[in-house]
Design a protein around this ligand. Structure first.
Ligand SMILES: NC(=O)c1ccc[n+]([C@@H]2O[C@H](COP(=O)([O-])OP(=O)(O)OC[C@H]3O[C@@H](n4cnc5c(N)ncnc54)[C@H](O)[C@@H]3O)[C@@H](O)[C@H]2O)c1
Length: 396
């Protein structure tokens, strides 16, 4: 297998864009991936000018169509090994489908698409073409999320009874979109964001965190999508009561009007033997509460199997994975890097015609993306019927 760095092409990312920057740092984290090209803006002239201004040399294109079409004429070692899609939600489906059809794996921002039909079409294309496809649910990339998943899914907390999974922000507590704030303008526009504002933007992260850590799925839900800021077209507060497929109950909630909360994503899983708590604003540790025992706080890099709670056989790959000793903090960028590192591994296997996983255990896959949109569409229907209980569609 070649060890040349993988070439990544950006779709979106010019002129004051946000999430491209954590991604591009994460892409360069290990020296085994690099950004080489970009279609950075919808206007071709601006796209090319933005590429000229990029902090290191990249090949600029006027559009993602041009970038994708240009690949077939490039020497093999200069072609894109994957594209990263960091555009507003309504510009995910088209570049993703076109890249797949051109034989280029895709790492796409969440929410996957703005309609369930588009998500289903992507699932079908990925399955038919058998290609790697990742969805950027950032918080799965924390080592502590991996560790939480191990603890809950191996039954150390007993049977899961209750989950509170949340993502609470306060930045849209006033009509920020009226000030021209780039990120607020499209997030509050149904044509660009999709049918749910807060739910699509960050409720999908809360859902994904619940599914990843517990391995459980929502089967029924009762949703309240609320809009507190007058004149806003989409929900800015999202509260969903859920039934999970083991019969447990859960709250999946998100808010963008809760002043004081920044990126307050967290999860609490209550089982018959104990409770796990984790918050992404303090991502280096998880707390375990067992009845009538002192609380246990596990720090990344300082975990001892066989300690009276953890068994001796915690998976070796999970134990081997932390790279810096505990107390040298990992955070947001490290989480993104872990996702790209795992996606890279799958892309390299796919290129070598080996079996690759892309199974949702290391990063969200296209089926996870579909589930996020199915959840949003079911929430919209339930909320329109004043919170009536609705069934989630069967997994695709
Ligand atoms: N995973 C996370 O934690 C996370 C965090 C923030 C945003 N996001 C997601 O990332 C995406 C982008 O969000 P953002 O906040 O960075 O938005 P942004 O407005 O900051 O950036 C969007 C970029 O896309 C470009 N763009 C728009 N249409 C384009 C087109 N047709 N061709 C090329 N470029 C185009 C814009 O010019 C801009 O550079 C959204 O889907 C959002 O939900 C994810």
């Amino acid at each position: 297998m070649s060890n040349r760095p993988l070439n990544v092409g950006l779709v979106g990312g010019g002129r004051g864009a946000f999430i491209v920057h954590p991604h591009q740092k994460a892409i360069h984290f290990d020296g085994t991936r690099r950004v080489v090209a970009g279609a950075l803006f919808p206007d071709p002239k601006i796209a090319l000018a933005e590429a000229e201004k990029w902090p290191y040399p990249i090949r600029g294109y006027g559009s993602y169509d041009d970038m994708i079409a240009a690949q077939r004429d490039l020497p093999a070692d200069q072609r894109l090994d994957y594209v990263l899609i960091v555009t507003p939600n309504f510009v995910h489906f088209d570049p993703a489908m076109k890249a797949l059809k051109a034989g280029i794996p895709v790492f796409c921002e969440k929410p996957l698409t703005v309609t369930l039909k588009e998500s289903a079409d992507l699932v079908k294309a990925v399955r038919k073409l058998n290609m790697p496809f990742g969805v950027a649910h950032t918080y799965l990339g924390h080592w502590t999320s991996r560790f939480s998943r191990y603890i809950v899914r191996s039954g150390l907390l007993g049977e899961v009874r209750w989950v509170d999974s949340y993502y609470i922000q306060g930045w849209l507590a006033t009509k920020v979109e009226a000030t021209g704030n780039q990120q607020a303008v499209w997030r509050t526009n149904p044509k660009m964001a999709g049918g749910s504002g807060c739910g699509g933007d960050i409720g999908t992260h809360a859902l994904m965190q619940l599914r990843y850590v517990t391995g459980l799925n929502v089967t029924q839900l009762s949703a309240q999508l609320e809009r507190f800021v007058e004149g806003r077209a989409l929900d800015d507060h999202f509260t969903i009561y859920c039934v999970l497929n083991n019969g447990a109950k859960a709250l999946v909630r998100a808010s963008q009007i809760s002043i004081g909360h920044k990126n307050d994503l967290g999860i609490e899983v209550c089982g018959t033997k104990g409770t796990l708590r984790w918050r992404q604003e303090e991502p280096e540790s998880i707390t375990i509460h067992l009845a009538n025992q002192p609380d246990r706080v596990y720090w990344r890099g300082a975990v001892t199997p066989g300690d009276g709670f953890l068994p001796k056989d915690v998976p070796a790959d999970l134990m081997a994975e932390p790279t810096a000793p505990s107390g040298h903090p990992e955070a947001f960028h490290d989480a993104f890097a872990r996702l790209h590192r795992c996606f890279e591994a799958d892309v390299r296997k796919w290129q070598a015609k080996e079996k690759f996983a892309c199974d949702g255990s290391k990063y969200a896959n296209v089926e996870d993306g579909w589930t996020g949109i199915a959840f949003i569409e079911t929430c919209l229907k339930s909320s329109a019927r004043k919170g009536a209980w609705m069934r989630m569609p069967k997994p695709i």
